[in-house]
Design a protein around this ligand. Structure first.
Ligand code: ADP
Ligand code: GN1
Ligand code: MG
Length: 368
């Protein structure tokens, strides 16, 4: 079997999914893992699960990654139960393998895991109304609060220097210099955009280093499609995609949500005239996130919210461009130039946020 890709259908029987298999389909629009939705027929009713092949390109130490997921989900479950919530819907629940493991290593060396499928809730790729975005903000803020006293020293750093924008800048520069695909000449304008902002790349990292900004347990990937909104109540119910829960800055979580959700266009929109930072959505999210964090934020953190939004957008654009230069090995792409399209929307947003900085700060000041 070594060297041959193991098919998803061979993996289904490994996990504790009672009943008879009805269907397995690729699912969701994440850029990292291979996600499938499994439907079983159990006692005449359909029961669904999420089955994922974790990206080996991205997660170099899947065992440690799974230790984090186990630890964080168990912690959240305990808190949810204490608060009288429904722990089968308000946090991810790992489904074990038939021999009691939380993940499976297939013959081709891939790592697999399964979760209960959260029913009656939706992951949105774009904001459809203010209310959903507000709910996502409260839920992400609340998530940070629930993890405030998590034993951070037990968390593995699943991706080292994940939001170290200075380190990202260095890797970007190396990718430009190596130019392994010969693509650099075609993106001179985008490269210049990054180079002009070398000093900016330090704005958060330096404040973390000098102790001005506190290190917290954060999600680090707070885009709108990493949260589930209840179809019946419209409430944010569950934060998903826990692969990057690590010590980080509160403004990373705030900023990444703005980057994705407050944009008037999709992350990969090719018509850049459709892409800008919507100040109304920025306000909606700011209000919700501050409420969700429940007074835990310091003045220094609130001072950095606007920078956080710009930084996460800049960093993500730089990451997409790095991946484009290196031949698209990190983010999944679905068309030629996809990572370049994504990079361009991010840089359009960064420029827009630079122009709107004073207005954005005034909004943060209104809710602090
Ligand atoms: P990636 O790291 O590739 O983004 P995610 O863990 O975010 O992977 O999963 C991809 C998508 O699968 C999500 O955006 C969501 O639509 C769906 N998904 C993941 N977990 C669940 C779940 N437990 N219940 C329902 N849908 C889920
Ligand atoms: C990836 O896994 P997913 O699709 O939710 C990436 C994020 C980026 C995002 C850009 C582990 O998120 O850091 O911000 O794409 N996740 C990882 O859309 O690198
Ligand atoms: Mg995701």
């Amino acid at each position: 079997m070594e060297g041959t890709a193991v098919q998803v259908l061979e993996i289904v029987p490994v996990f504790e999914f009672p009943g008879v298999l009805e269907e397995v389909i690729p699912y969701g629009s994440g850029h990292i893992n291979d996600t499938y939705r499994v439907t079983m027929c159990e006692d005449g009713r359909q029961v669904r699960y999420i089955l994922q092949r974790m990206s080996r390109e991205v997660f170099k130490n899947p065992r440690e990654l799974m230790e984090n997921v186990e630890g964080v989900t168990a912690w959240l479950k305990k808190k949810i139960v204490e608060n009288g919530g429904d722990s089968r819907r308000e946090t991810l629940n790992l489904v074990p393998t038939r021999n009691g493991q939380t993940y499976h290593v297939s013959a081709d060396g891939e790592y697999w895991r399964a979760y209960l499928f959260i029913e009656g809730a939706t992951c949105y790729d774009q904001v459809k109304d203010d209310h959903d975005f507000y709910e996502s903000a409260v839920t992400f803020g609340n998530f940070q609060r629930l993890l405030a006293d998590y034993p951070a020293q037990t968390l593995h750093e699943t991706i080292v220097n994940f939001h170290n924008t200075v380190d990202r800048f260095g890797k970007f520069r190396a990718a430009v210099e190596a130019d392994v695909c010969g693509r650099a000449a075609g993106v001179a304008e985008e490269i210049r955009f990054v180079m002009e902002r070398e000093a900016f790349a330090h704005a958060l990292v330096d404040r973390l280093a000098d102790g001005e900004l506190p290190l917290r347990v954060t999600h680090n990937d707070t885009k709108l499609n990493n949260i589930m909104i209840d179809d019946a109540t419209g409430r944010g119910i569950c934060v998903i995609d826990l692969d990057t829960v690590m010590p980080g800055l509160s403004v990373y979580d705030f900023g990444d949500s703005i980057r994705f959700g407050a944009s008037t266009g999709a992350e990969d929109e090719r018509d850049l005239s459709k892409v800008s930072c919507d100040l109304h959505l920025f306000e909606v999210y700011t209000k919700g996130f501050i409420e969700g964090c429940g007074g835990a934020l310091t003045d220094a953190e609130l001072d950095m919210f606007v920078t956080g939004a710009r930084m996460m957008t800049f960093e993500c654009g730089m990451r997409f461009l790095t991946d484009y230069l290196e031949g698209d090995h990190y983010f999944k792409i679905h068309r030629e130039g996809h990572n370049l399209d994504r990079c361009r929307t991010q840089f359009k947003l960064v420029a827009d946020m630079e122009a709107k900085e004073a207005e954005m700060q005034a909004i943060v000041n209104k809710y602090r």
